[in-house]
Design a protein around this ligand. Structure first.
Ligand SMILES: [Cu+2]
Length: 190
């Protein structure tokens, strides 16, 4: 016991150490919680590393295969599955206007020709990165009809802020009426 405490005065040094120790435990608890969350999300959701890797040759992307210009846009397969294929490049998406049906699963398949790009569709959960030499894919459903903006959300160079496309979500019946087997739909004005 210090002389100050013995004299009946508050032990300021002891109080400071106790407060400091309590704060240290709070910080340790926060760090432990964050590490536990990282381990949990990593293992439980298999968030990282990606479980599926699909590659594509950037040098021949525009010449042959799935991502040639005539194959970009929305297609309806023989099994009725809706697939959107798109390519990102500095500083635009191809196609510039994408058509999708509302209330049906839509699978996006995209890649980039030059650097890392990405996109998010308005306020929906459609959101991915587009990486050169890799094919990004995800499936989502658009509940509401209407037009959404689709900006690039990975900084990709000086023209980044001008890089965006539009997504038109049509009623399913209207979309299916437009879709013809083997054709690629888009809403780019011709
Ligand atoms: Cu970009």
């Amino acid at each position: 016991m210090s002389t100050a405490a013995a004299a009946g005065e508050p032990d300021s040094h002891g109080t400071a150490i106790a407060a400091e120790r309590r704060w240290a435990w709070v910080v340790i608890a926060i760090m432990a919680l964050l590490v536990a969350m990282m381990i949990f999300t990593g293992l439980h959701w298999s968030a990282m590393p990606p479980s599926r890797v699909e590659t594509v040759d950037v040098k021949t992307l525009h010449l042959k295969g799935e991502f040639v210009e005539s194959n970009l846009g929305t297609s309806v397969g023989a099994d009725g599955k809706v697939t959107v294929r798109l390519v990102a490049q500095q500083y635009s998406f191809e196609p510039q206007c994408i058509v999708v049906p509302a209330g049906m699963p839509v699978t996006f398949r995209g890649t980039s020709t030059d650097t890392i790009h990405g996109f998010v569709v308005g306020t929906t959960n459609a959101n991915t990165m587009l990486i050169p030499a890799f094919v990004s894919t995800f499936t989502t459903t658009f509940p509401k009809t209407g037009e959404q903006l689709m900006p690039c959300h990975e900084y990709c160079g000086t023209g980044h802020e001008a890089m965006w496309a539009r997504v038109q979500v049509l009623p399913a019946a209207e979309f299916m009426a437009k879709a013809k087997p083997g054709e690629r739909l888009s809403c780019v004005p011709r």
